[in-house]
Ligand binder design. Structure first.
Ligand SMILES: [Zn+2]
Length: 147
């Protein structure tokens, strides 16, 4: 994975954003830092995949792969900032509780998580960015595949 391509993309949005390697995709909003994995975990990929194919009347899969989409999702978190962190914290706490008690499946867990306000808005930002930058995103996705 060529991290420079993602740094360039982040810097189009905000020159202060830092992109570094981490264990998984994550955004630290306070520090404007995005972490991306060097390798994609297949389990996670499989569980999340159906949610990346939700039809919103715009087939973004024609323009990017899951890896690029997940990066844009994290970028969306940074751009949006905290929307309602109190509600989000409660939702994540409740979800973790259900998970710990074995009361929810991985699929259901991801479904609920993806519908929290913060996650939904990060996805919406990613969809909009792809829509407005189709050829750039297509080129970037191709370049990543070739690295
Ligand atoms: Zn997220």
């Amino acid at each position: 994975m060529n991290i420079k391509l993602f740094q360039e993309l982040a810097h189009i949005i905000d020159k202060d954003i830092i992109v570094e390697y981490g264990k998984c995709f994550e955004a630290e909003i306070d520090f404007k830092t995005i972490r991306i994995p060097k390798h994609i975990e297949n389990d996670f990929e499989d569980a999340l995949h159906p949610y990346l194919l939700i039809d919103l009347g715009f087939n973004y899969h024609l323009y990017c792969n899951d890896y690029v989409f997940k990066f844009l999702h994290e970028l969306g978190h940074i751009v949006n900032g905290f929307i309602d962190i109190d509600v989000y914290s409660l939702e994540v706490y409740a979800l973790k509780d259900l998970w710990d008690k074995g009361k929810t499946s991985e699929y259901k867990c991801i479904s609920i998580y993806m519908n929290t306000v913060e996650e939904m808005y990060a996805n919406m930002w990613a969809y909009d960015f792809i829509k407005s930058n189709r050829s750039y995103i297509k080129r970037l996705t191709k370049e990543i595949r070739n690295v």
